[in-house]
Design a protein around this ligand. Structure first.
Ligand SMILES: Cc1cc2nc3c(=O)[nH]c(=O)nc-3n(C[C@H](O)[C@H](O)[C@H](O)COP(=O)(O)OP(=O)(O)OC[C@H]3O[C@@H](n4cnc5c(N)ncnc54)[C@H](O)[C@@H]3O)c2cc1C
Length: 482
């Protein structure tokens, strides 16, 4: 399916990036994988060619074009050659935006030209050894010492570009006794006394990307390095994380597409039982399924890119893109590896590296479980619902019924109260009711003629009463018609 989000200028930019990636990155990437690091010269070359800070205003040396599609192209071209090492996307899509959005004119003047030229490499440090998903529980503290500096203590882990980084947007607690409201962002720079790096962490994939621990011991950070307003850090993170998550989804969909391409080629070449393995019905169906899903995923990601450019990308949409597409990528690379047979398990075949590189995509940038939490109940809706929620006992019954007292929750052997004609009799078990719940009494919850939900009240080992999920019969009751 032809993509329609790019224009002529984007194509020219893509050609330039492709040339750079083919010449300066692809030939050296395997070497960098062994070293666990991308050399700083490569960053300088990228900066020179205008591939860093494309959206930074020209006054600060940037491209001056506020259009995320250029960032997309850079990510796609790196993924196209399997270059998981250069952390350009993190630098462009995640670190620089904090400075652009919340930095003062003085800070922009001080930091952006170096970030755009590649002289400085950026990182973002949120995760700590004790907390990742629960960001509000970070413990790295930045305590004011007089009016002109913070003293920072704590540590961070799993930090991308950690070894190379010169400029680290660091999530700290300026008021450690508070949760969300105590969070601020400070920029910690290479060379500040007390700022040290731990070992380069050994990962199962993405070997050329340097991932490290950072330590802060009484680091004196000038207050002029506070990004935005004191105590607003959590809000800033929530504002910027959608772009980070979309950026991951963009890499994931391209990664899935590349794995499929590699596999189609392999299936055409490899023969078994006298014909190419791509001719077996199973292979053709698997390839067809993957092609369909990637096409569908791509459409959604492209739409999210358009929404981001229009300033309309919500946290919910970004979370959907991130979990669904990274999940898809994992399924695709797994299936593609399977189609490679034993060769898929050998590192000399690029599908093996693709498989290993993909595994982290559902973890970083917020795990996919956290993405589903965000989609299921955005905080605003959750708090509105909480106010209206009935007491726990009442929640066992459908709305419209008389409010039940605790005595309506009966022990397992007791019959459910009969009201009108029943769909399932107390004690009966529908074929849909899980076997594990046998022995529970059936609480009939009838709603209309076409829809017959029932719930099973059963006792746990501890003797507490619990209700199973509702079992619904959308096409009528399996036992008898009411
Ligand atoms: C290669 C790599 C690069 C990274 N780069 C960076 C970086 O540059 N900067 C940075 O700050 N961090 C980075 N991270 C950290 C990453 O963002 C975290 O690992 C991630 O957010 C998960 O946090 P955690 O590892 O502490 O897992 P935990 O929070 O301990 O979660 C463990 C498990 O519990 C589940 N879980 C937790 N809470 C819930 C919940 N409420 N509901 C359901 N399930 C839940 C999680 O989904 C997960 O499956 C990187 C990680 C890796 C592996």
């Amino acid at each position: 399916m032809e993509r329609n989000i790019f224009e002529k200028d984007h194509q020219m930019f893509r050609d330039a990036v492709r040339k750079f990636v083919d010449k300066e990155i692809a030939p050296y990437h395997a070497e960098w994988e062994k070293e666990g690091l991308v050399p700083r010269e490569t960053w300088l070359k990228a900066g020179e060619l205008g591939f860093l800070g494309m959206d930074v205003p020209e006054d600060y040396g940037g491209g001056g074009i506020k259009d995320f599609r250029y960032n997309v192209i850079l990510t796609e071209e790196l993924v196209r050659v399997g270059a998981s090492g250069p952390g350009f996307s993190l630098h462009n899509d995640i670190v620089i935006p904090y400075v652009l959005a919340y930095g003062t004119a003085e800070q922009k003047q001080r930091w952006l030209p170096k970030l755009v030229s590649g002289e400085w490499i950026g990182a973002i440090a949120m995760t700590e050894p004790g907390t990742g998903s629960d960001l509000a529980s970070v413990r790295t503290s930045a305590i004011r010492n007089g009016s002109d500096c913070f003293v920072v203590n704590g540590s961070k882990t799993f930090i991308t570009n950690g070894i190379n980084a010169d400029f680290v947007v660091t999530v700290v607690k300026t008021r450690p006794e508070e949760k969300h409201h105590g969070i601020s962002l400070v920029a910690i720079e290479r060379g500040m006394e007390g700022f040290t790096r731990g070992r380069r962490l050994e990962k199962i994939g993405q070997h050329a990307q340097d991932t490290a621990e950072l330590f802060f011991e009484n680091v004196h950070v000038p207050t002029s390095n506070l990004i935005g307003t004191d105590g607003m850090g959590f809000i800033y993170l929530m504002e910027q994380l959608p772009q980070e998550r979309l950026s991951i989804a963009i890499g994931a969909i391209e990664g899935a597409a590349r794995a499929l391409e590699l596999t189609i080629d392999y299936c055409n070449e490899r023969t078994a039982f006298g014909r190419p393995i791509g001719k077996f019905q199973n292979s053709r169906f698997k390839l067809a399924e993957m092609k369909s899903e990637i096409t569908i995923g791509r459409v959604f990601v492209d739409r999210c890119i358009t929404e981001l450019n229009a300033g309309n990308l919500t946290a919910e949409l970004a979370a959907m893109a991130k979990w669904w597409v990274t999940d898809l990528q994992e399924r695709v690379v797994n299936q593609c590896l399977q189609l490679h047979g034993g060769y898929g398990y050998m590192m000399e075949y690029p599908i093996a590296k693709a498989y290993l590189d993909a595994r982290v995509m559902s973890i970083y940038g917020g795990t996919n479980e956290i993405m589903k939490e965000l989609i299921a109940a955005p905080p605003a809706r959750r708090s509105r619902r909480r106010k209206k929620r009935p007491p726990a006992a009442a929640r066992l019954f459908l709305p419209g019924r008389p409010a039940p007292g605790p005595r309506r929750v009966r022990p397992p052997a007791a019959p459910a109260p009969a009201r009108g004609r029943s769909c399932l009799q107390p004690g009966e078990r529908s074929a849909d009711v899980p076997q594990a719940l046998a022995g529970g009494s059936i609480q009939r919850l009838r709603r209309g003629r076409q829809f017959h939900p029932v719930a099973v009240i059963f006792a746990t080992d501890a003797g507490q009463l619990r209700r199973s999920r509702q079992v619904q019969h959308p096409f009528g009751c399996p036992l008898r018609r009411c």
